[in-house]
Design a protein. Sequence first.
Length: 304
Amino acid sequence: MKALNYHPDEVARSLRVKKTTTIGVVIPDFSSSFFVEVVRGVEDAARSSGYSVLLCNSNDDPQQEQRHLRVLLSRRVDGILLASTDLYSIGQQFWSNTPVVLFDRIPNGYQGPAVAIDNVQAAYSATKYLVDLGHRSLAFIAGRLDLPTASDRAEGFRKALEHAHLPLRGEYFKRGDYHPQSGYQNGLELLKLPHPPTAILCSNGMMTLGLLRAIAETHVLCPDEVSVIGFDEPAPDANGFSLSTLLKPELTVVAQPGYEMGQRAAQMLVKTLSHNGSEDEGENKLFTFQAELRVRKSAAPRPQ
């Protein structure tokens, strides 16, 4: 085999054993540091169990997501990991004979296996930290509110304000789309208000980059005039460098355990596959991770 550079025909083998040892992964955004970390975790866990990974990017487009899912099913992947941009299609379950584990974006009332972050608590903790620093004019840049991740973070922000007896002011609540331009545009609108907020919580890393650009262009000082907390943080390299610590000032973030989340999702799927597609009735179908607030220099006490 070595002398002839022979490789077994995996397609023929899969037809015989009715197993491709391949799992499909569909994510909404290749540019997101969070989803990059999730995929790293998936790939490591899958490889250790003898599975290969086919990775697809939906670009947050429901039709593209549907096409990817059909291609994966036509290639007879053994299972699918999905962060859906179209939660309505989850209820249709056209993949009925293929095990699926959802991650990050979980529809309300979903009963299948899934891995998620406690987004309500994550946003609540970040908002409470700003309140404890003395801020009373707090703004929030939300993501797509049709997705539970965004609506849960908005709920955590609202709860923290309510518990601090602070109003949720309409002009301080902005809706974004998880892309930098929306963070930039919403940031400009907030900073140009007659009475701008003294603190802003931004619902994901890409929008936070847009917000920081708006702060720089308007010559507002962070954190002297406005404090900022973002979501997501790329994993540091071997020398400890990450984007959040290279920014000036260093960025306070809500860090999600993306790598661990990907690992757990892949492990859940592999376990289901090892039981020939049947789920373990004694196991909790939803596994929830807690995010970590990493305090740095972009959030400071309220300016006098």
